[in-house]
Design a protein around this ligand. Structure first.
Ligand code: HEM
Length: 481
């Protein structure tokens, strides 16, 4: 009897074991089966390894994306620089990747670029570390933090414009100065010694040059020089932090460096330095290229330029003909000028797309996005789609009298990696336009058709060469009467 019970128990156990194994096997096979059922998005992977890289770099990138969108629809695959990619050109897809399913897509940058900025910079990260760093950066450039620095930004803009008076220059290259100085202002407050400022600037510009060069570590190449300059930047920042520690950094100080140094996160010097350099990087060419486009768009539309002048002259008059500084309330009241900025951001779409990498196999609208593939939401295609923006090729700031449809306007990205610096960028641009149109006139030099250069952001050819001059009080009075 005992033997029979033992046998029954053993058989029972064996059957249970087999059943559990089978069901486990079934479960673990399930994603693979599902994966096999799903098809990859349409599109061409081009040549082995190089894929369609040559096609992308031998023509206007907008044409590359637009022709494929026309051929394959809102989601298509390709291979670029050895990486299989899925491109997404619809508002829903951008929202899926950047907002609702953002945890399935991590940021991805070439290793050579990560080395130059520093691996701890927040935009390379996902999860807890990213969120904590982002909160600190966001607080340093929030409207609350910025309202007090309007006069400081004016103190950067006024001498800069004066230094261009009567000169011919490339707007994009000259404009870089302002976002760099404004970045230094929010990072270091007013507490940066001149020797540190000039060393930071010198080395930052060498790093910037190397960022867009071929990553070749042989001595004397642009990339190698950039790596060396990046090391020096780390040294300068370590020195600044040590001096602040010795002097006892003022606890109430609100600049980004103090916030990073005093944060409960107990960040290492490397983590702080990488984020300081990261913010300077993210702030500079983006803002400079938008400023460049605005000069072009205003120049090309005299009626609009006059309307912007009228808006700004009214503020100038209120401020005792520019003798009093601008206020935050006045910045917020520049309604038309703000729309000009939004429309310039849409038209130029300087960040045409962004990159993510699928951290797992992901299904989107019946298609498989395989784990490890790059995923690119195409902002520019959405901004130039007539379904969302009527007559998208026409520069028309009044379209922003009505808010764009949800998830169709991404000049500053969206979701957990959206740009924390958008208010700072707009503040710099608004202050610049105020002083520019109330005190100066400019002419575009040479033949400036619609040709565009990629640096890597799109800018008008040669960075838009202009001649700028200061208006006399009498001609200003004539024009505003
Ligand atoms: C007109 C100027 C600017 C434009 C068009 C712009 C655009 C963008 C976009 C589209 C992103 C998101 C990228 C992505 O999702 O992959 C981004 C991220 C970022 N931007 Fe800006 N940006 C501008 C100015 C600035 C400024 C002035 C700062 C300075 C604080 C800044 C700091 C950052 C940072 C730190 C990130 C990374 C955020 C994160 O990963 O959480 N940007 N920017």
């Amino acid at each position: 009897m005992a033997c029979a019970v033992a046998c029954t128990l053993l058989i029972g156990l064996a059957v249970t074991y087999v059943l559990v194994r089978i069901s486990k096997h079934k479960i673990s096979k399930e994603p693979h089966r599902r994966r096999r059922q799903l098809k990859l998005p349409p599109g061409s992977m081009g040549w082995p390894y190089i894929g369609e890289t040559l096609q992308l770099y031998s023509q206007d990138p907008n044409l590359f994306f637009a022709t494929r969108q026309k051929r394959y629809g809102e989601i298509f695959k390709t291979r670029l620089l050895g990486c299989p990619c899925v491109m997404l050109a619809s508002p829903e897809a951008a929202k899926f990747v950047l907002v609702t399913q953002a945890h399935l897509f991590k940021p991805t940058y070439p290793r050579s670029k990560e080395r130059l900025i520093g691996p701890w910079a927040l935009f390379f990260h996902q999860g807890d570390y990213h969120l904590r760093l982002r909160k600190i950066v966001q607080a340093a450039v929030s409207p609350d933090a910025l309202r007090g620095i309007v006069p400081d930004v004016e103190r950067l803009v006024v001498p800069l414009l004066r230094s261009w008076d009567g000169r011919e220059f490339s707007t994009f290259h000259a404009m870089k100065q302002l976002p760099f100085d404004a970045g230094v202002l929010v990072i270091f407050g007013g507490q940066l010694e001149d020797r540190h400022r000039s060393e930071l600037k010198k080395n930052f510009f060498i790093v910037e040059k190397g960022y867009n060069s071929f990553p070749n570590s042989f001595p004397r190449t642009t990339y190698h020089k950039a790596i060396q300059a990046r090391k020096r930047l780390g040294g300068i920042l370590a020195e600044i932090m040590n001096e602040r520690r010795k002097l006892g950094s003022p606890a109430k100080s609100n600049d980004l460096l103090s916030r990073l140094m005093n944060s409960e996160e107990r960040l290492s010097d490397d983590q702080i330095a990488d984020n300081v350099i990261g913010v300077l990087f993210a702030a500079q060419d983006t803002t400079a290229s938008v400023m460049t486009w605005i000069l072009k768009f205003l120049h090309d539309d005299p009626k609009l330029l006059q309307a912007v002048k009228d808006e700004q002259m009214a503020i100038w008059e209120t401020n005792e003909q520019g003798r009093r500084p601008l206020t935050w309330a006045q910045i917020r009241s520049m309604i038309l000028t703000h729309k000009v900025i939004l429309e310039s951001l849409r038209m130029a779409s300087i960040i045409s797309f962004t990159f993510r990498e699928a951290v797992d196999d992901v299904e989107y609208k019946g298609y498989l996005i395989p784990k490890g593939w790059k995923v690119m939401p195409l902002f520019r295609n959405i901004h130039h789609n007539s379904e969302f923006f009527r007559e998208p090729q026409i520069f028309n700031p009044s379209r922003f009298e009505v808010a764009p449809k949800p998830n169709t306007f991404f000049p500053f990205g969206t979701g957990i990696h959206a740009c924390p610096g958008n208010e700072l960028a707009k503040l710099e641009i608004l202050v610049l336009i105020h002083h520019l149109v109330t005190n100066y006139r400019w002419e575009i030099m040479g033949q400036q058709g619609g040709e565009v250069e990629y640096c890597p952001f799109p800018v008008p050819k040669q960075g838009l060469v202009v001649k700028l001059w200061r208006v006399s009080d009498s001609s200003r009075a004539e024009q505003s009467s």
